[in-house]
Design a protein around this ligand. Sequence first.
Ligand code: LLP
Length: 416
Amino acid sequence: MDYFNYRDGTLFAEDVPVSRIAEQFGTPAYVYSRATLERHFRAYDESLAGRDHLICYAVKANSNLAVLNVLARLGAGFDIVSVGELERVLRAGGQPDKVVFSGVGKQPLEMRRALEVGVRCFNVESETELDRLNDVARELGRQAPVSLRVNPDVDAGTHPYISTGLKENKFGIDIAEARRIYARAAAMSNLDVVGVDCHIGSQLTTAAPFMDALDRVLTLIDQLAEDGIHIRHLDMGGGLGVTYDQETPPSPSEYMAEVRKRLGDRTLEIVLEPGRSIAANAGILLTRVEFLKCTDHRNFAIIDAAMNDLIRPALYSAWQAIIPVTPRQDVEEKAWDLVGPVCETGDFLGKERRLALAAGDLLAVRSAGAYGFVMSSNYNSRNRPPELMVDGDRVHVIRQRETLEDQMRLEACLPE
Ligand code: LLP
C-alpha cells in the first residue's frame, strides 16, 4: 500500500495534489512519499517482532540522503556495495554498526574505511576477497566481522539480469565449497566469522525460491556447527518483489512467517536487505506530455521524461504503470506509446498504454522510487530531474534539478 491516491478526480501524493508539485517544481521530477517509505520499513520490522533481527535497507535502490535519513530515524540498518554508499549512510545519520557491506569487488580502500568506522559485517563473495580483507584488517590491527555470501544455486524465476543465485552468476561462493572456505576463514588471524549471507535475485513474486535457498543455507549452518563454527546471524538478502502490474508478491509478514516456521527454535539473528520493496512504490516519476504524434501504425505521446531519467523499461523491458494525474473524459482513449526526447528507438517508458491524452497533460510513472533516479544519467546532455519528498502536506526538495553548469563542472577543454 502506498500514499499516491486519487482524491476529487486528481492524483495526490499524501496530502498534496501532484499537479501543484508539477506547477511549483516543473517536470520531469521524482516525487517520493515519506509515509510510504516508513510504512514499508515498518512492515519488515514488525514481521520479525520478538526475534533478533536487523533490516538493512539496500542503499542501491534509492540512495538519496533524505531517504536514508528517514529510514535511519526508524532504526534501519543499511546494505551497502561501495564506499560511496557508506559515506552517504554516515552523512544521513545511519549507524555504522548496522551496516553490512556486500559486493563482489571491494577495494582495499573501501575495506579500510569500513573497518575504521566499524561496520557490522562484510559479506565476502570469494576466497581471494577473504585474503584481501584479512590483509587490510591486519594492517589496521582489527578483526573484520565476516559472512560468506553463498550461492545456493536456486532459480529465482525472475529477469535474467536481476537473478543472482544460480551457479552461472558471478555472485557468491558455491554452496558446495562453502564448508571448506568457512574453515579457512575461521583460521585467518584477522577475520571473525559471524554469519552466512545469501541473495538470490530481485523482484521475486513467490516465497518458494527463498525457502529453497533457506533450506540449503540452514543445512550449511548445521554442518558448520559440527565443524565448530558457530554462526550468529543469517542474512537472507533482499529481493522481495513489488506490484508493478498484476504481480501479487507475499507481504513481508507472509514471507517471514514461512521463514520463522523453518527456523524452528534456532536463535539466529535474521538480517534482511530489502531495497525495492521499501522504495519502489514510495515514488513516482512525474512527467508532462509535450506532443502527440499519430502515424498510420502507432500513436506516440512524446513526454518530457526519457530513458536517461528511468532506464528500467529500456534495459529490462520492465513494465511500470503510467497513470494520468488528472484523468480526462473529454477525449477518446487510445493506445499510446509513451516515448521520450532521447535519440534512441529504445527510449520509451511504456508501450500501447490505453489513455485519454491531450498535449500538456501530466502523467505519473508509478513504482519509480527504486532503481529510478539512482540509475539515471545525463545521456543526450539532459539535466537529471529533481527529487522531492512529500511529508503530509509539505513538499521538500531533497535534490535540486541539475543545471547545465552542474553537468559541465568537471570537464575542461584542452589548453590552446
Ligand atoms: N542485497 C544484494 C546483495 C543485492 O545485490 C540487492 C540488489 C539487494 C540486496 C536488494 O534487492 P531488492 O530488495 O531491491 O530486490 N536495477 C534492477 C535491480 C538490481 C538489483 C541488484 N541487487 C532493477 O531495476 O530491477
